[in-house]
Design a binder for this molecule. Structure first.
Ligand code: SF4
Ligand code: F3S
Length: 104
């Protein structure tokens, strides 16, 4: 599977949503996650993310992000259409420690 990591937090560009052939993105307040059971590993979302937040599970900090993507994709609503990203998205692009600071 592919996984959304903390680089997405407060950026939420949502270009990923547009390209996923199986609509397996789920939306939280500050970030999106992928449902690992639905992702078909096509990889098209990875280069679309301007924040480079999407990684294959072979590269991501596997255990942590697999757990977060799996858990929250069961709780958050499915998102299939790109919306406007937050007005201050660019200010948070590349910021360090976003999970610790903002994830809730
Ligand atoms: Fe969707 Fe493909 Fe990305 Fe998986 S790898 S989330 S199926 S676009
Ligand atoms: Fe997040 Fe990148 Fe998608 S910032 S919403 S994973 S395009």
């Amino acid at each position: 599977t592919y996984l959304v990591t903390d680089a997405c937090i407060k950026c939420k560009y949502m270009d990923c949503v547009e390209v996923c052939p199986v609509d397996c993105f789920y939306e939280g307040e500050n970030m999106l996650v992928i449902n690992p059971n639905e992702c078909i590993d096509c990889g098209v979302c990875e280069p679309e993310c301007p924040a480079e937040a999407i990684l294959p599970d072979t590269e991501a900090d596997q255990e942590k992000w697999l757990e977060i993507n799996a858990k929250f994709s069961e709780e958050w609503p499915n998102i299939t259409v790109k919306k406007d990203s937050p007005a201050d998205a660019d200010e948070h692009k590349g910021e360090e420690g976003k999970f610790e600071k903002y994830f809730s």
